[in-house]
Design a protein around this ligand. Sequence first.
Ligand SMILES: [Zn+2]
Ligand SMILES: [Zn+2]
Length: 231
Amino acid sequence: MLRFLGRGSAFCNDNNCAFFAQNSRLVLLDCPMSAFHKLKTIGADALTGCKTEKITVLVTHSHSDHTGGIGMLVHFCYYVMHIPVEIIAPSSAVKDKLRFLLKELDGCREEGYTLISADEMQTGFTPVPTIHSPELAGQCFGWCFEIDGTRVVYTGDTATLDTFKDVLTDGAYLYTETASFDSAVHLRLNVLKEMLPELEKRGIKVYLMHLDDEDKIAKALPDVKFAPLYE
Ligand SMILES: [Zn+2]
Ligand SMILES: [Zn+2]
């Protein structure tokens, strides 16, 4: 399903970023600067397996380990790759922030990108509001969508899986964050651990992402797969 250009949390070198290809379109889930560097090095065509004609970025929330590379991606696609970038915000409030980032801070050429909010038009991607940073209350989301008829649920940064229960259907692929460091803003290892038998019973395939300490997490959850990195 998804592959990753990084699966680290905020203070890691390779911040979390997933991707998949829809024909000649490359879809990224968030775009930290580390993911932009990897994309540039690997080449978008290697990621899509064909001549890439468009890049879409689904944004979960505005923390810089999720949005820090979007401006550079827009510049690069405009000046070097000559392909359009479409940025899909999960809400109009997040869209306004991204507009400020791209237009006022990064000075991106307006003809180089489109910025839309998922509530403005049908995109095929459904934002799922969740709980993460209190400073960004109401502006943190995961995404739900289908790849070849299979449901994919991507939590983004979340303190809970309860907010995803309506979209987490039997047999879905769940990409969820977890953290070994105990905090109120990330999904605690023990909370996830308690939910695993039920998820497994329902045929939900769990992949861990946005990880702060892979060794600790692997010891605590030895049977759960890490999100697959693009190698
Ligand atoms: Zn994060
Ligand atoms: Zn965050």
